[in-house]
Write a protein of this length. Structure first.
Lengths: 253, 168
């Protein structure tokens, strides 16, 4: 055993460097300092870029991001008690990134109750509230008076509501509702293909589209009127008159 | 740095330990210039891991140095194997190659490259002249079991060496 160990030690001893080999410490330290102070590309930025590319490229993370961004915006807003101007800025910043990632609403062409054709792209440059609804959908009916009011209040500020009814009976069912509710915005009748394009699987569904043609918010199911109001005002902030801004500015700011 | 905590003199440690670290590495990688480069890398890592800059710095440095050296050795062995397999650089070995491959040193290195990493580390540091206590500290092993582990490592080395190059 001892012998074996000695044999191994002898072999390994052959690796011993020559005594005269003296690595130069000062040179090495200079080299060390050189390497240490070299600017390295920050890893965090690299990771962020890769993540962003992934999110923008692959459908699954993109869908996830889409779902995540809206609550993030809400959380930011509740945390930062800023004047609405700042809100708007913050909102825009986040949604600009959102827009870069390509979340633009698909265009469509419909016919309104009077028989005139219109397209979503006709309203480019306006803030659009795109509402999917149907006459048999009770909650949708509840929202319509609000939309009428929004259209009346903000219609001249670069805002418009577009209703897309998904009724299978067509105008026969929709026309009486337009008349009884006194709908003052454009309503068209959509089909399944359009509903699919927008991922409508339950009603009502509303999208707020900003002036640059990006989806700002999506609401599925009934949402409070004040929520809509807040979002519309935010999207329109730059267009509002000073008096209106003062009126909407929260107390104490 | 908190008050009361003594400032760690990095430069002094560097000057004190650099040669040792480089000599541990040169055992394994042969090439002096490369060994010096790797030693600098060890210190870069040391500088970036504040946890290592304590009284156990010496053990940490030995451990990292020997690991760096063995990694390099393994990497080189693997690369030359794949290069051979893929037919890159298919060249006739020069007499210099033949001679250096036949050298005892290269034989020992090639055995170390294929051994289990912990055993190889033990052997390299042992041949560097570390005592059992120092070995235990450097490799974070139980001092009681060092003797057994060392003799196992030596057996493994002997076996592999004989398998490759026969009994001499």
């Amino acid at each position: 055993m001892e012998e074996n160990n000695q044999w191994v030690d002898d072999r390994l001893a052959k690796l011993t460097p020559e005594e005269e080999w003296q690595p130069h410490v000062t040179t090495a330290f200079a080299r060390f300092e050189d390497r240490r102070t070299q600017r390295r590309f920050p890893r965090a930025i690299l990771v962020a870029i890769v993540a962003l590319v992934c999110v923008a490229t692959f459908p699954a993370p993109r869908a996830f991001a889409q779902r995540m961004i809206a609550p993030c915006v809400e959380a930011c807003e509740s945390l930062v008690m800023n004047p609405p101007g700042m809100h708007y800025l913050l909102h825009r910043m986040i949604w600009t990134v959102h827009g870069w990632m390509g979340f633009a609403p698909p265009d469509f062409a419909l016919t309104d109750v009077s028989g005139a054709n219109f397209q979503l792209s006709d309203y480019q440059g306006k803030v659009i509230l795109l509402n999917f609804w149907a006459t048999w959908c009770k909650p949708c009916e509840g929202e319509i008076p609000w939309f009428v009011e929004f259209q009346r209040e903000h219609g001249n500020q670069g805002f418009t509501v577009i209703g897309v009814s998904l009724d299978e009976d067509g105008w026969k069912a929709v026309r009486p509702v337009i008349e009884s509710q006194k709908i003052n915005y454009r309503v068209g009748i959509g089909d399944n293909a359009l509903a699919q394009k927008y991922g409508v699987d339950s009603l009502p569904k509303s999208l707020l589209i900003d002036r640059d043609g990006r989806i700002l918010v999506k609401h599925v199911g009934i949402t409070s009127k004040s929520q809509y109001e807040r979002e519309i005002v935010r999207a329109l902030w730059a267009e509002l008159s000073q008096a209106e801004r003062d009126r909407l500015r929260p107390q104490g700011l | 740095m908190k008050a009361g905590e003594q400032a760690f003199d990095f430069e002094a440690t560097f000057r004190e330990q650099y040669q040792r670290v480089a000599r541990v590495i040169v055992r394994v990688v042969k090439d002096h210039a490369r060994a010096e480069e790797l030693a600098v890398e060890v210190f870069l890592k040391f500088w970036r891991s504040p946890g290592a800059q304590r009284e156990k710095a010496e053990g940490w440095l030995y451990r990292t140095a020997v690991r760096k050296g063995l990694d390099e050795l393994r990497h080189r062995t693997r690369r030359s194997k794949y290069e051979r397999l893929l037919g890159f650089g298919k060249r006739v070995p020069t007499p210099e190659d033949v001679r250096s491959a036949a050298e005892e040193q290269e034989k020992v290195r090639s055995v170390l490259a294929v051994m289990e990493s912990r055993q190889a580390k033990l052997l390299v540091l042992k041949s560097h002249g570390l005592s059992y206590e120092e070995l235990a500290a450097a490799l974070e092993l139980n001092p009681v079991s060092i003797g057994t582990m060392l003799s196992r490592a030596q057996d493994a080395f002997r076996k592999e060496y004989i398998k490759r190059y026969g009994r001499e």
